[in-house]
Design a binder for this molecule. Structure first.
Ligand SMILES: N[C@@H](CCC[C@H](N)C(=O)O)C(=O)O
Length: 301
């Protein structure tokens, strides 16, 4: 078994993704390798999407997801679109079914290059999100940050999109909040026993929102797909919008949007947006040592 595997540096609206091809091997990308890759400015990332051989009949691959701190994530919308684009380019196929620890995901690449992922059903039960306290209605839970009589952020919607999310609705530009300061406090708040992804959302029209996210295990990111799905669901659940919205991801690079539909017939959330390949290389999944294909840098590594 070779010590190195192929990987691609990709992004979904700027969310930094490493797609690692682990097919045909029994080992995994280790947390130590993830931390080492993230420590290098050339390979720093938000999530690793490790593609493994399928474990269940009818699926194309098992996807193992790691955050940049080496922890595991159950879902990654932007990363899933990157995996679809990589496998579509390799195989010429357009339709894929993946398995993750959170369940089965169906995805399709459209003629215009955008990719739709069926992210499944959101979960609202407090103990499944999970929250530390019982809430009958998780569309608006008791939680606030800032002065007690004038909180900066308060009453988020909580849900699981496979992974835990808290959506704080704000009236001002999402970029005007000090999310780098509040993000870690809220991610690690005792209310979230498995930590949480923290999103600020602003309603910009009856069919559009702007979002900005502090990711569990990765920090401030340029974009987060499962957070955009959660914001869309929260918007519909709290009566702010209908079930189809455009999400303007505030810090996306290049600027861009996601279309989200919380489908009426089965409550599945369908996310549609772009993915972009940047460069490819090889890495050692146990140490994170890497080389870039076709460059001198590769030989120097
Ligand atoms: N960037 C992702 C979400 C990543 C997972 C998250 N950090 C977690 O630990 O739950 C996306 O696009 O959904």
């Amino acid at each position: 078994m070779s010590t190195t595997v192929e990987f691609a540096r990709m992004n979904g609206l700027g969310n930094k993704i490493l797609v690692v091809d682990m097919r045909g091997r029994p080992d995994k990308v280790t947390p130590a390798a993830a931390v080492a890759l993230n420590a290098d400015p050339h390979t720093e990332f938000d999530q690793i999407m490790a593609i493994h051989d399928p474990k269940a009949e009818g699926t194309d691959a098992f996807i193992d997801i790691l955050n940049s701190d080496g922890s595991k994530a159950q879902a990654c919308g932007n990363g899933t679109r990157c995996v679809v684009q990589a496998l579509a380019a390799e195989t010429g196929r357009k339709v894929f079914t993946f398995q993750t620890v959170a369940g089965i995901l169906n995805a399709v690449e459209h003629e215009n290059g955008t990719i739709s992922v069926d992210m499944g059903r959101p979960v609202f039960d407090w103990d499944k999100i999970p929250l530390a306290e019982e809430f009958h209605d998780t569309s608006r839970i008791e939680l606030q940050i800032g002065p007690i009589d004038n909180p900066v952020l308060h009453s988020p919607s909580a849900m699981s999109m496979g992974n835990p999310h808290a959506i704080f609705w704000v009236d001002k530009d999402v970029m005007s909040y000090d999310l780098a300061r509040f993000g870690p406090l809220l991610e690690n708040h005792p209310m979230f026993p498995e930590r949480a992804n923290i999103t600020l959302a602003q309603l910009t029209s009856p069919t559009s929102l702007t979002t900005r996210t502090w990711e569990r295990g990765a920090g401030l990111t340029l974009a987060c797909g499962s957070a955009a799905c959660s914001a869309a669901v929260s918007a519909a659940r709290t009566g702010r919008t209908g079930r189809k919205v455009t999400i303007n991801v505030a810090s996306a690079k290049p600027p861009g949007t996601l279309s989200i539909e919380w489908r009426e017939r089965d409550d599945h959330v369908i996310m549609t947006g772009p993915a972009e390949w940047e460069w490819s290389g090889r890495l050692d999944p146990s140490t994170g040592h890497w080389s870039r294909e076709g460059t001198r840098e590769a030989e120097a590594q």
